[in-house]
Write a new protein. Structure first.
Length: 259
């Protein structure tokens, strides 16, 4: 006799076929199943960091999840999850995961275009100009101190020796040497004074900035070789995405009712 499956049996079969994606487990620890979805998340994270998918990786993830479940069960036996501090940490962790998912979705749905990246590259390149400069400086607190240093330099004292009295901890022990840099990397008054100097010359008057008073010496200059668009487009795109995210957060913050 030919057996024809009932509608109920067929329905149960359909459910069974549909369940594995959701109900599949990695392991069962003391009767508690560890969902495959957890392993998938961990494997995905490892792959995003460059780890190739392999049986070894999957076994390592399984072992880690088992270890976590064993420890989590012991923590629950002690009632540790009931403390206010622990609940606050769990909520913060949950919130962090949710925020990351939201921001990833925002970046995906508000993509930075190649045109925007190229426009930003052209803007940065124009701001950089076509030269970079090798300079030294001495930074002091008062204008009279800077004038005194300039007078000593004009009498032949060495810049490197006088730089030992500089307030700039990053350059004072290197004779005031700032290395090769583009003027765009300096505050405006400093950059303007630097680009007006001739090779080997020092500023004849102190240069005032928010940091104090500077005495600047231009040692050399050379044509600036800017990186190509292809070399930096990834960095620029990432920066534009971050700026877009920050603006979005500021907009949401501005619309929120906060008491």
């Amino acid at each position: 006799m030919k057996i024809i499956p009932s509608r109920l049996a067929l329905s149960l079969l359909a459910v069974t076929i549909a369940l594995p994606a959701f109900a599949q487990t990695v392991a069962t620890v003391n009767g508690t199943a560890i969902p495959q979805a957890r392993a998938d998340v961990m494997i995905s994270e490892q792959k995003s960091q460059g780890t190739p998918d392999s049986e070894q990786l999957r076994n390592a993830v399984k072992e880690e999840l088992v270890r976590r479940e064993v420890l989590a069960q012991e923590a629950r036996k002690k009632g540790l999850e009931k403390s206010a501090a622990m609940q606050a940490q769990v909520e913060l962790a949950r919130q962090a995961v949710l925020i990351r998912a939201y921001l990833q979705d925002f970046v995906k749905s508000h993509p930075v275009t190649d045109g925007e990246v190229k426009a930003e590259y052209d803007k940065i390149k124009s701001q950089l100009g076509d030269k970079e400069y090798k300079a030294r400086h001495i930074l002091v607190e008062k204008e009279d101190e800077a004038k005194s240093i300039i007078a000593k330099l004009e009498k032949g004292e060495k810049f490197e020796e006088l730089a030992k009295h500089s307030k700039d901890p990053g350059s004072k022990d290197k004779g005031g040497d700032l290395g090769w840099a583009n003027p765009a990397g300096f505050v405006k008054p400093f950059a303007e004074a630097l680009t007006k100097l001739e090779k080997g010359k020092i500023t004849t008057t102190p240069v005032k900035t928010d940091f104090g008073y500077h005495v600047i010496k231009l040692e050399d200059s050379r044509p600036l070789k800017a990186p190509t668009f292809d070399e930096v487009k990834g960095q620029i795109k990432q920066r534009l995405e971050q700026q877009r995210v920050e603006r979005h957060i500021a907009e949401l913050r501005g619309k929120a009712t906060i008491k």
